[in-house]
Ligand binder design. Sequence first.
Ligand code: SF4
Length: 552
Amino acid sequence: MKFSRRDLLVWGAGAAAGLVVTPVPWKLLDDTAKWSQNWPWIPQPARGPVEVKQSACTLCPNGCGLRVRMAGGWPIGVAGIATHPVTRGALCPLAFGAHQLNWHPERLKVVRRRGSASSWEDARAAFAKACSSGRVVVIDGYAGRAASSVLSEFAEKRGEYRVVHGAETRALAPYEKWSGVATSALGYDLENARTVVSFGTPLLDGWGVPGRFTRLWADKAAGQSDPQLRLIQIEPTLSRTASRAYQWISVRSGSESALASGVARVLLEEKLVAARGPMPELTLADAALQTGLQTDEIRELARTIAAQTPAVAIAGDGNPSVAALNVVLGAVGTRGGIVRRSSSATSHLSADAAIGSARAVLLDASVPWNFEPATDAEVFRFTAWNGGPTKSDWLLPAPGFVEELTDVPSAPTSRVETYGIAPVLTKAMHKTQSCAEFLASFDSSLDSAEKVIHARCAGMFRARKGSLRSRDEVAIAKIESAQKLEEQLSSVAVWVGEPALGGSIHCALKQWPAADAGSPVEMRGNWAAPVMPTLATKLYQESGLRESGRNA
Ligand code: SF4
């Protein structure tokens, strides 16, 4: 029998169809997969009981609530906590991949001195020598923690304690100067505002606690022609925040101060607000010239702001003219404005101030990677990851993600005081030490961060103020003991203080503040993680985490 080319094609088609329906190839594939998984050199994922633990993200001072999925004692996934009283389930892209960070190729495994491998013994000897021969400056990037109190106690005996303030805290700095109320006691009561005037702040693109403003905007403004919450976005280009705002006003780059002064002048001249602040020196014509707007447009903007109050202005950084506009608007110390969330808070010297003569500068692991102290002193930087070129003399391996017990004070922009505890969820894979542990080992009179946390919980228990929030809300007065309170804070709950104290901020502003340099807002430049997890890299790039609208 002759076997034609056509017969061959028909046979081939039949064989292909048969392969699809027969289980043989799939069985072979399955067997091969199982067999190859047992090759000894294939990396094995963690095995063991799977459990979900609650904690808080401590990668930046927002302290978002985290659910960490663990397998065999190792973190394998991260999600937000829907019942968290501040973040309500939202996280930024960095945290979604944070469980990968401890295995990052740039994880710092050994002490490094000027690029070469060194040892903890050498680092200790160098620091001891520096301490005995001069002043020591300790720099913190996340003030208010128990570890911060160890750092500040050490530094106050041997030199100075300083803090790297984020852009959101710097935006509150003028009020501290005028009222004496520390920035760490101030927050924004956005939930009760009806008009928010954003001077280049990326409110819908990564400002403040993730999800807070986007949720408010979705509830009160999205898709409404006359929304309960008006967002007026002032910036030169149409950013994502500007494109979704109630109104976008395009001004010349760096002219935000001029516009704030012009609006304040109209508010006072037309008596649209009760006079609460000094008249700006800048004329309306000059404000128009600097911003590129018409004088009528500035007048119209002032009337729009005054038409729906409470209104609050938010600066992307420490812009004194925007802060003075809030004084004129009566937004300082009032509902829907800048509120005082805590009666006890201390101010800290900024790390940007000149360091002067010092023998050593210590950077805590919370200091953003892009911060370099301007000093000739020997710099010791604690970090869990090597973020690339640095002027630091020493890199000291610090605990990584969920490897360290730490407490979590209120987020910088929060309107209420909060407190949580992030427990140790996984063991460190290398010999690590936090800056607080390192300093406590040089001064036996210092308490460990753990002891400070115990003391803080005992103090909260005695004060009997506020409540514990998880799924339910329980008044502190109903908790049986300080130990129980600490257990709750370490596992499921967050302490939330009493509502903000209104009317307790008096700004002594006699003269309109001098215009600042008018530098454009650049949120991205203010905060930098040393490395990004693989999962977050794409999200980070595409979502513009901490990116100002002008880069959009
Ligand atoms: S903003 Fe992101 S990095 Fe910061 S605490 Fe929240 S989840 Fe973590």
